[in-house]
Design a protein around this ligand. Structure first.
Ligand code: NCD
Length: 312
């Protein structure tokens, strides 16, 4: 089998995503069947930028498949701090691990790594660019909660400029029928032009608004995001924009009874804790789905079935 990487969501066909969602649902229903699928396999998690959910869910995913994990959670604890290039790090780690999940502050770094690596590379987030495994998590969550991935009005709210989860999710949802995007952000944090071009090219409907209240009643999904402090050039702008949107019970009262609220987390102030007990809030289920879809992804990229046998 040719080496497969996941750098951007379009590296997977829509049919492969459907298969992966079906596989994740089977893992959720029958976890014991997969407990030894990756026996003697190793996943390396190379995190050059902080993470809680993504790194731990990758590690939990590999452990639940019967595999092992190694890696580092900050650049300062690796030889990068001595000046080693990503390309060299990757060539070395490929000798120790069967698959690598990598997060990096620089856009494009995982693509460079993939070109040098002898084992599959998974982009676990590159700067303000893409985050395809969060998108797989989001698609699994939407399909489980709404029962479909088409015919949906999707509100994306917050930092749409730097939010890489938003960019990947839009790219993925453009492949489904009758999706309408409602892009809710301050003027300064609008979706970048290259993403708007993709929406236009796909012929999907979208609108850009600045007030949540004006659109709450239209939405089937509300995807909240935090303002990405670490990507701002100055503190003043961050402080001015950070609390632009706060989802609270008052705003939830304007929404449909079956709207779902999603958030890739970490949350800062943008969803008040009172919303957590609303049955429409599904951001914690989303984190659990993240482990199951990463199990499906690891099996798919390694080309293994539940018995650890090569599928191709
Ligand atoms: C997101 C990320 O890292 O881009 N978090 C995550 O992976 N669950 C969102 C964020 O940091 O705001």
């Amino acid at each position: 089998m040719e080496k497969r990487n996941l750098i951007k969501i379009s590296d997977l066909s829509a049919a492969e995503i459907d298969d992966m969602i079906a596989l994740a649902n089977d893992i959720i229903a029958n976890p014991d069947d997969y407990a030894e699928a990756c026996k003697r396999k190793k996943l390396a998690t190379l995190f050059f930028e902080p993470s809680t959910r993504t790194r731990l869910s990758f590690e939990a995913a590999m452990l639940d498949l019967g595999g092992n994990v190694l890696g580092f959670s900050e650049a300062s604890s690796s030889s990068v701090s001595k000046g080693e290039s990503v390309a060299d790090t990757i060539r070395v780690v490929g000798n120790y691990a069967d698959i690598i999940a990598m997060r990096h502050p620089k856009e494009g770094a995982p693509a460079v790594a993939a070109a040098k690596s002898i084992v599959p590379i998974i982009n676990a987030g590159d700067g303000g660019h893409f985050h395809p495994t969060q998108t797989l998590t989001d698609l699994l969550t939407i399909s489980r909660e709404k029962g479909r991935l088409s015919d949906l009005t999707v509100g994306l709210c917050g930092d749409l400029q730097f939010g890489r989860t938003v960019h990947s999710l839009i790219e993925a949802m453009l492949r489904y029928d009758n999706i309408k995007f409602v892009l809710i952000s301050p003027e300064e944090l609008k979706v970048p032009d290259y993403i708007i071009e993709k929406i236009k090219d796909a012929g999907a409907k979208y609108k850009e608004v600045t007030k949540m209240e004006d659109v709450m009643s239209e939405l089937d999904i509300l995807y909240m995001t935090r303002v990405q402090k670490e990507r701002f050039f100055n503190e003043e702008d961050y402080v001015r924009l950070k609390d632009t949107y706060i989802l609270d019970p008052e705003k939830m009262a304007m929404a449909k009874d079956d709207m779902i609220v999603m958030h890739p987390l970490p949350r800062v102030n943008e969803i008040s804790v009172e919303v957590d007990s609303d049955p429409r809030a599904c951001y914690f289920e989303q984190t659990l789905n993240g482990k199951f879809i990463r199990m499906a992804l690891i099996l798919t990229l390694l080309g293994l079935d539940k018995n650890g046998k090569k599928t191709a």
